[in-house]
Design a protein around this ligand. Structure first.
Ligand code: 13P
Ligand code: 13P
Ligand code: MG
Ligand code: MG
Length: 364
């Protein structure tokens, strides 16, 4: 069966501040989705949150970039924004950058990760969602999952993975893309994806079968809006088992928290802490950045699940480590590298302060 899995997300209002999502909003999104199943637009869905981001996980048969599915997501976000406004939630409609839908949510604020595939005998999919970070946050974990034998032993000992994967990388500032074949082009690829504020892994393919293996959202909210509106808070879909990394290989990179940008006012670096959906409420200094992970088996387009994959005590150590890293970085206050470098900061008083002090800067 040919199925498309679409994960479309937006921050349509935070409860409280930017820390989490209000149950009434989630309930309303559920109603919208239920209606769409009844109307035959989608096959199945799961509504969830990651911090203050509303996540719509949908299966359907309309392919990627379907106007019907994107409009459904957009209309659901607009409807939920009305509830957010009634409750005076923080930043109601934050990520909806446009007043009217025009065929596709791309470029309008919401984040999208989609993939179309023929359902396998057993179709295992893992969905990652993050809050208080930007697109590009998946570069390091995706590299580890699909190209690093220290993480994924399957690359070494599984016949059906030994041929490697290809990575489609987007230059989000110049709007260009390039594909790298791993393992032989790993060094070239790392030159780029090691700079995640500009280069982001968009899709990964199995080299021999050309099957889609992973897809992520790469939209840059600040570049679209031309001003600070919130962080991208990206999502990522990974297919698992068989010719793809095993579930444990897909989760392994998150056992070792990496530093991402996007914490507090979108202007700080901090560790990406793996948590259950329940625990995705970044409150301390609006952070530290969180990642949640839901696993599903897909059966004839139905989402069997979810299992909350980070609700595992094996990730307690990563959480503790992330908190230690966060405490350490917080002691630096407004200094780099906790604070982002000037050109990456979403929020800055620099132009105003510079203007005020203009006359006081003299030549050295
Ligand atoms: P099972 O034998 O439990 O299916 O596990 C296979 C495997 O290789 C998991 O990493
Ligand atoms: P969000 O992008 O999650 O809305 O966070 C915005 C922010 O600046 C929090 O400090
Ligand atoms: Mg917000
Ligand atoms: Mg958010």
């Amino acid at each position: 069966m040919n199925v498309t899995l679409s994960v479309i997300k937006a921050d349509i209002g935070g409860y409280v501040g930017h820390s989490s999502s209000h149950p009434d909003v989630l309930e309303n999104a559920d109603k919208c989705m239920k209606r769409a199943v009844k109307d035959g637009v989608i096959l199945d869905y799961h509504v969830t949150k990651c911090g203050d981001d509303l996540q719509l996980i949908m299966t359907h048969q309309l392919g990627e970039n379907s106007e019907k599915v994107h409009k459904l997501a957009w209309d659901s976000f607009v409807e939920c924004t009305q509830i957010a406004r009634t409750l005076k939630l923080h930043g109601a409609g934050q990520d909806l950058l446009s007043d009217a839908f025009s065929g596709n949510v791309k470029g309008m604020g919401p984040g999208v990760a989609e993939m179309q595939f023929i359902e396998r005998q057993a179709e295992t999919v893992i969905i990652f969602m993050a809050d208080k970070t930007s697109s590009g946050a998946w570069n390091l974990p995706l590299y580890e999952m699909f190209a690093d034998p220290m993480n994924t032993i399957g690359l070494v000992i599984a016949d059906n993975m030994h041929g490697g994967f290809s990575f489609e990388v987007h230059d989000v500032k110049e709007h260009k893309k390039i594909t790298f074949n791993t393992p032989e082009e790993v060094y070239d690829m790392l030159v780029f994806i090691g700079a995640p504020s500009r280069f982001a892994v968009k899709n990964i393919y199995h080299r021999e079968t050309k099957e889609i293996a992973a897809a992520s959202s790469t939209q840059k909210l600040s570049l679209m809006a031309g001003r600070y509106v919130g962080k991208d808070d990206p999502v990522c879909i990974v297919r698992s088992q068989g010719q793809f990394p095993a579930v444990g290989e897909v989760l392994e990179p998150f056992a070792n928290p990496h530093i991402v940008e996007g914490w507090m006012r979108g202007s700080h670096n901090g560790p990406l802490m793996p948590v259950s959906v329940e625990e995705s409420n970044p409150s301390w200094f609006d952070g530290p950045p969180r990642v949640t992970c839901l696993g599903f088996q897909i059966a004839n387009g139905k989402l069997v699940g979810p299992r909350d994959m980070f609700q595992d005590l094996a990730f307690d150590f990563a959480r503790k480590q992330a908190l230690e890293m966060a405490y350490y970085l917080r002691r630096m206050g407004p200094f780099e590298p906790h604070r982002l470098p000037l050109e990456e900061m979403e929020y800055t008083t620099m132009p105003q302060v510079q203007k005020k002090l203009e006359g006081r800067f003299t030549q050295l």
